[in-house]
Design a protein around this ligand. Sequence first.
Ligand code: PLP
Length: 361
Amino acid sequence: MIAYENLFELNKPFHDEFKTQFDNFLQNGWYIMGKMLSQFEQEFAAWNTSKQCIGVANGLDALTLSLKAFDFEPGSEVIVPSNTYIATILSILNNGLVPVLVEPDIQTYNIDHALIEQHITPKTKALMIVHLYGKCCDMDAVMAIKRKYNLVLIEDCAQAHGATYKGKKAGTFGEFSAFSFYPTKNLGALGDGGAVLTDDTGLAQKIAMLRNYGSQKKYYNEYVGANSRLDEVQAAFLSVKLRYLDEINAHKQKLAALYLENLKSDYILPVTDTDYNDVYHIFNVRHPKRNELKQYLFDNGIDTEIHYPVAPNQQQALKNIFANKQFPIAEEIHRTTLSLPCSRWHTQEQVSYVIEKLNAF
Ligand SMILES: *Cc1c(COP(=O)(O)O)cnc(C)c1O
């Protein structure tokens, strides 16, 4: 069976270095907000060509605290793509704000910038865009709208570590960008983790306080903060893996290129463009008989995933909020998309076998 993902195989090449780092961590005897966290924060900021990095507990908190830093009036509106992972929308709701869903482009699966302006009202305060599956949004278009309406921009980079648009890294366009280090992400920890990037020193300081009970000086609290710190031990492991992130991305890109070059035309493939360097957190194809295809691949020893089976507006938790609205493009993507094996540990031979079976379907 070719698994869709296997975290043991994914991390095995790093075990020796993890063990050394873990020994260092034990020797330090410091578990929360120590020098291993500071070091990872500096390394991750530098890797992204960003000025500041603040480690937090997970990707959802990175998004939630980024919005919280602006103290928007309750009921303010935030624009967000209708086909994102639910976390992006939850971060808006958790701040007492209103998510305004905008449909994606059916080719890039990222927010359709041509539809954004018609959703902007006097209550719109921020754009929360998502670089889905590891492809950057059209940032020239997004930045033009941001400037025209003077909106805050927060980038959800949970799937886009290292993706670029016209050579500029995802996560360096907005006031804030939010990263997740969930184990399966391109840069994954051995547990939960996340980070916020920003170039603004004042905003960085505010996030650093919000993640730590709104406090800078111990036992003096300036904001209604949270406990959302990136554990020292996870930062220690992430520093090891960060050194291999370019290699991890390059391997996924090589497998993606095999799919793109060899799959028959029945499948709707991810679009490519020289302005975009995609990191293929997820390599998806679309097919009208997606469920049948998934079963067929499974019967042939190939496991796949669906990102995602249910559109956010149809989730039990959110149904009431979006009851009177329709999102046919998001629903079409959710109905037809299938994610293929494309991990750091998959071999070209395995992917060639997947291609052979796909072409015989
Ligand atoms: C994974 C993910 C998140 C949430 O990250 P967690 O670390 O699991 O909280 C947010 N947005 C997107 C697009 C994601 O893929």
